[in-house]
Design a protein around this ligand. Structure first.
Ligand code: GLN
Length: 474
């Protein structure tokens, strides 16, 4: 087997080496499969590794390369979150209720990646139905953080982030409903992009909260994030919220806003100090930093934890034991529904269904759901107003580094509070990226933290632009 240094490898470098015939897609894939064999016993980033499928993909990619049919991702081995459909493969959303569910079509993002000749290594662990922040809500056991295996990788795309950080995939797809790409990317020290709502098709993504969900890349560098994003974005007639294609041009970005009054919320002092240090790096790189006010941001968590359960309770109604996945046999149809759902869903999923059903119920929807919708509009408007004055907004990705396994599992509110800096972005539908800028020390270990940049609707380019500057200044 070829000796390939997976630790420092990026898509950009692998592309160069594959095209220069320094190694083949089969060599590269074998290197990842060997690493998975070695390390995934303890990390548990994958729920399933498609060894044979990946080798077949790699052979096909090598044939494409030989014939000159080369795309940016031809022969690149990636991992896919377990809520994105690949025709003929199991996709379970890490739930018991979908344990043996086999997808019957490709998600649009998968179809696009197949056209490029990507190698699919396997499906990654996640919080059940993308509900959580630590991957501990998986029905198949947690994933461990590659930087400290006693800690969580973040969630819900924890398997995807751990796979990339642990050198078990060159890139991965995740989904982000309230932070599930950015937060695990931050905890694992990799790059995570949540695209603009509507820029990447949701067709074939199992719905959690449809007005918030978005698929995006987890990678080792900004350049890699851009390559994967470019490969999966674009209008799709199968997704009614898909946005028409536009060419994204912008003037040089120079002004970055910091919502100072929002920053002091329960954030660890060293995480805040590191954020300020990165802000200084941006000043040194020639950016102007200004204060911005987003007065309604303080309501984001409350609003999110009404809208998310409301939509989740509606979306998960389809798992009734009859149409998909696991069925518990019982004498009547009512009992089949009841028992299949009781046995199929884990505790957090049940909590969201109950909360969601409550906030949507007659008599309570005016007090909760409608108010949350109205506030969501104000939060969206806060961003629109702020972006009249600045090109990007900076926030930490998370208030803390990765926490220890089990430390938040009995306290759902503590888990929800970790989302304070990420959920506003999904409520507003704007794009954001988490960049690994620094580490902080906990129990003698250096743990990564993320710096979050947010841009106006459809301005992903600004995120890549400032992100590359930060990456170079490191
Ligand atoms: N932690 C948030 C939640 O539990 C976000 C999840 C996500 O982005 N899928 O809902």
């Amino acid at each position: 087997m070829k000796n390939i240094d997976l630790e420092t490898l990026t898509i950009v470098e692998a592309r160069r080496a594959l095209d220069a015939r320094e190694y083949s897609a089969v060599d590269l894939t074998d290197a990842y499969l060997a690493e998975i064999e070695k390390r995934d016993q303890s990390l548990h980033a994958y729920l399933e590794v498609w060894t044979e499928g990946a080798k077949a993909d790699a052979l096909r990619a090598d044939a494409m390369i030989a014939s000159g049919d080369i795309h940016p991702l031809t022969g690149i081995p990636i991992a896919v979150k377990d809520n994105i459909l690949i025709d003929g493969c199991v996709a379970s959303s890490a739930s018991k209720i979908l344990e043996h569910y086999t997808a019957v079509y490709d998600a649009t993002v998968i179809a696009k990646l197949k056209e490029q000749g990507v190698v699919f290594l396997g499906r990654t662990n996640m919080d059940e139905f993308a509900l959580g922040g630590s991957t501990e809500n998986s029905a198949y056991g947690p994933t461990h953080n590659p930087h400290d295996e006693s800690r969580v990788p973040g969630g819900t795309s924890g398997g995807s982030a751990a796979a990339v950080a642990g050198n078990l995939a060159l890139a991965a797809l995740g989904s982000d409903t309230g932070g599930s790409i950015r937060q695990p990317a931050a905890f694992c020290g990799v790059v995570g992009l949540k695209p603009t709502y509507g820029n990447v098709s949701r067709y074939g993504l199992m719905a959690a909260a449809s007005s918030l969900d978005q698929i995006g890349p987890i990678t080792k560098s900004i350049a890699d994030a851009r390559i994967v994003y470019d490969a999966i974005k674009g209008y799709d007639s199968h997704d009614s919220t898909s946005l028409p294609d536009v060419s994204n041009t912008f003037a040089t970005t120079k002004r970055i806003g910091v919502p100072r009054s929002f920053l002091e919320k329960g954030i660890d002092t060293d995480v805040l100090a590191s954020f300020e240090k990165t802000i200084q790096d941006l000043v040194s790189a020639g950016y102007e930093i200004v204060d911005v006010e987003l007065p309604n941001l303080q309501y984001s968590l409350a609003v999110y934890y009404i809208i998310n359960p409301a939509e989740v309770s509606t979306n998960l109604a389809r798992y009734d034991g009859v149409r998909y996945g696991t069925r518990v046999d019982a004498p009547s149809i009512g009992e089949i529904y009841e028992q299949s759902r009781a046995q199929g869903f884990g505790p957090e999923t049940r909590r969201r269904i109950l909360t969601g059903t409550f906030v949507l119920s007659a008599g309570y929807s005016d007090a909760h759901y409608r108010k949350a919708r109205a506030l969501r509009e104000l939060i969206r408007k806060d961003f629109v107003d702020a972006f009249k004055d600045v090109d990007a907004i900076a926030l930490p990705t998370t208030p803390t580094p990765a926490f220890t396994l089990g430390s938040h599992t009995t306290d759902p509110v503590a888990m929800y509070l970790e989302d304070i800096f990420t959920v506003p972005v999904n409520l507003a539908g704007v794009p954001a990226i988490s960049i690994p800028t620094d580490t902080v020390e906990r129990d003698g270990k250096q743990l990564p933290i993320g710096f979050q940049l947010i841009a106006a609707h459809r301005n992903e380019n600004i995120l890549f632009d400032i992100g590359s500057t930060l990456e170079k200044s490191k």
